[in-house]
Design a protein around this ligand. Sequence first.
Ligand code: 5GP
Length: 352
Amino acid sequence: TPPKEGKMFIRALFDYDPNEDKAIPCKEAGLSFKKGDILQIMSQDDATWWQAKHEGDANPRAGLIPSKHFQERRLALRRPEILVQPLKVSNRKSFGFRRSFRLSRKDKKTNKSMYECRKSDQYDTADVPTYEEVTPYRRQTHEKYRLVVLVGPIGVGLNELKRKLLISDTHHYGVTVPHTTRARRSQESDGVEYIFTSKHLFETDVQNNKFIEYGEYKNNYYGTSVDSVRSVLAKNKVCLLDVQPHTVKHLRTLEFKPFVIFIKPPSIERLRETRKNAKIISSRDDQGAAKPFTEEDFQEMIQSAQIMESQYGHLFDKIIVNDDLTVAFNELKTTFDRLETDTHWVPVSWLH
Ligand code: 5GP
């Protein structure tokens, strides 16, 4: 049974400005909102225009917003194909993500590095996001902790923030143990640095969608399994996971209730100032090969962040700008403290 009028809440997954909407019967009656806003639906009597207001807004007057069905239909019509730029990724793959890119014709002409990805995973992630029905949720003390997913461009400082958080309370935070097919080194133990496995088993596990992400490095597979997240949560710890943003949608389940934090770079001017003497490890492949940041690294970081935000911004629960590391860390810490005590809006499907 659908919720009663005024009892339904949705998260807007796109920005909306009625003044720019040619279809709205009356611009003044429209309600503008931003991606991520929580709206209370006051009426769905009309199939095309719903009446809604911002959650918590004392003003009783509702405004018009496009209905889900209408918005989906017109967005789908408007875009025959999607052109996206590839995110600069490390050797990580998931569910065939990188294989599906190919150069589009348009780019050969303009010589811009635009990629077409009609049949890829990224196509349906970007698939007409409109609204998502949400409900308030607060973690009960007996419940497992939520999975926290950290996303952000290479070089933004995500690993440093994660490391600081881990050492701030090793009993409370945990990270996953990755799988690898390479041989165990003498000082390593199975299940500590890695879970050592065979190529055959690894490939079977990939087929069976057991991995959140995986990659190949020097002829060996490495990857993070869904079960490795489960075992951190089973120890009654908050599981910290950093993955490419396109993997997030596979993790958005009732079991994990992921809270997604986007670590965003500051302006290019601030990057130049704050990262002057810092070094970048350009991907997980170049272990130990840290080099000073170049102007190009800054530009790539900002561009990559923009692409992430425009394509996956509707999945971010929190955005933290990593300008000054200490300030960003404190904000992160506060976010984690609140995560366990505050009420959050989560998809209704997570509560059944
Ligand atoms: P090593 O064999 O020296 O322990 O690790 C070599 C490389 O394995 C790392 O630099 C990184 O590229 C890759 N690696 C380690 N863990 C993971 C993982 O969970 N996923 C992926 N995709 N690669 C990993």
